[in-house]
Write a protein that binds this ligand. Structure first.
Ligand code: PLP
Length: 446
């Protein structure tokens, strides 16, 4: 073991990890990154097929983003954002206005995804309080949803893996059975479905709509649930239902934003707008911790009053609107536009999906390969016919992860769902390499 690994284990408590696992899989100490690859201190390279937890949008060490941050650094690194402002934040909002769903126009900055969710929940709650509906205090969410890991975000999240132990600390939320297109309870498949599962939302709204402040969703893609993908029609219907019951619709576009689903935002597929949208991850290309909670003029106006009326949104984070993050965000917008990144990614995505189908679809343990743009999930099952899962104690996904790592592929499964969610700039050669290593890893473990 080299000394960096030893010292890492001495000091660092890594996120989302059983640290005892590190006894047999020590941390990989990364020296540098370039494009889709990471390089460790021993010179071994890894293909980063998960975009370093879905945030690296345009490759590591992108020269244009590097340049933008360096240039900003010589002007101002950070400044208090109450009463003060700066050009990068102002210009970033101006640029985002050109691409966000219609109606969204007020930008509240935080420094990570979970914080932007907390901000959205508080905003929705206070909006109703200040517009004559103080009874609207509940939140609705989908089952198997994920919105981050602070207490409020965990409350509207529904994955036991992250939330179970903290249940006594969480607020009581209304959970609606989410669409599950692979194991559809209505016996439909993606091709012939009329979102029959939306009935569950209608039942919940009828019962609790009047006391509900907001409904939060991960649009089209429930990432942490195993890259579950559902039809855009669900969102169109949800928009209508929220309007009927005066429930604020919060879109968590933290994972789906900036081209991940093939359009700029997942909500674009549905042709409707949310009332609040949370963005982070790809916002800075995965460079800087930054997030924004964006809302409408109508919600903003409910907070706008003489100071003594006490209606202000008293929510703040020290690093709100960090100029380095904003300049990274500006560079990302420039690259997306000038290099036609999203349109090009649609083509690479087709190649990736075809190659994955060719390679894995006939495998006896591959239940489904679902995809939306470059995001592809391979769900491993014990039995293809019954869709029965493997015993989770086998930690099959984890075994495959370790195998793939040893061969130079960073593939971090969600349970037994292996997924590809690469930078939008990945090329066909890199895709071939990733698939080849993934296949070897699966074959060796299974
Ligand atoms: C990553 C993620 C979050 C949380 O963001 P953090 O920056 O990790 O706090 C919330 N929602 C979704 C959909 C995410 O993918």
């Amino acid at each position: 073991m080299n000394s960096y690994v030893e010292k890492d284990l001495k000091y660092i408590w890594h996120p989302c990890s059983q640290m005892k696992d590190y006894e047999e899989l020590p941390p990989i100490v990364i020296e540098k990154g370039k494009g889709t690859y990471l390089y460790d201190i021993e010179g071994k390279k890894y293909l980063d097929i998960v975009s370093s937890w879905w945030c690296n949008l345009l490759g590591h060490s992108n020269p244009k983003i590097n340049e933008a941050i360096k240039a900003q650094l010589d002007n101002i690194e950070h400044v208090i954002f109450a009463n003060f402002s700066h050009k990068p934040a102002i210009t970033l909002c101006e640029e985002l206005m050109k691409i966000i769903p219609q109606g969204l126009c007020k930008f509240n900055f935080s420094d990570n995804g979970s914080a932007s969710i907390e901000c959205a929940l508080k905003m929705a709650f206070q909006y109703h309080y200040q517009t004559g509906n103080p009874q609207k205090i509940k939140f609705m969410c989908l089952s198997d949803g994920y919105h981050g890991e602070t207490i409020g975000a965990l409350s509207v999240g529904t994955l036991d893996l992250y939330a179970k132990i903290y249940k006594p600390m969480l607020m009581d939320t209304i959970r609606i059975q989410a669409p599950d297109c692979y194991r559809c309870p209505y016996k439909k498949c993606r091709e012939n479905c009329d979102v029959e599962c939306f009935k569950q939302a209608e039942i919940a709204f009828e019962k609790y709509g009047n006391e509900t402040a907001a409904m939060i969703v991960e649009p089209l893609l429930q990432g942490s649930a195993g890259m579950r993908i559902y039809p855009a029609k669900y969102l169109t219907k949800l928009r209508k239902l929220c309007d009927e019951y005066n429930v604020i619709l919060i879109a968590d576009e933290i994972a789906t934003g900036f081209g991940r689903t093939g359009k700029m935002f997942a909500f674009n597929h549905a042709g409707v707008s949310p009332d609040i949208m949370c963005i982070s991850k790809g916002l800075t290309g995965g460079y800087m911790p930054m997030s924004i909670t964006i809302t409408t003029q109508k919600i903003y106006d409910a907070f706008y009053a003489d100071y003594l009326e006490g209606k202000a949104f008293m929510h703040s984070h020290t690093y709100s609107g960090n100029p380095l993050g904003c300049s990274a965000g500006l560079a990302v917008q420039k690259i997306l536009k000038e290099d036609n990144i999203i349109e090009n990614s649609n083509k690479t995505a087709q190649y990736l999906h075809e190659r994955l189908n060719e390679t894995f679809l006939s495998h006896k343990n591959v239940g489904e390969i679902r995809h939306i743009n470059l995001i592809n999930a391979i769900e491993l099952v014990k039995d293809k016919k019954t869709k029965e899962d493997f015993d989770s104690k086998l930690r099959l996904g984890y075994q495959i992860y370790k195998k793939a790592l040893s061969k130079g592929l960073l593939l971090r499964p969600l349970g037994d769902v292996l997924y590809f969610n690469p930078p939008l700039t990945i090329n066909e050669t890199e895709i071939d390499e990733a698939i080849s290593i993934c296949k070897q890893a699966i074959d060796e473990v299974l």
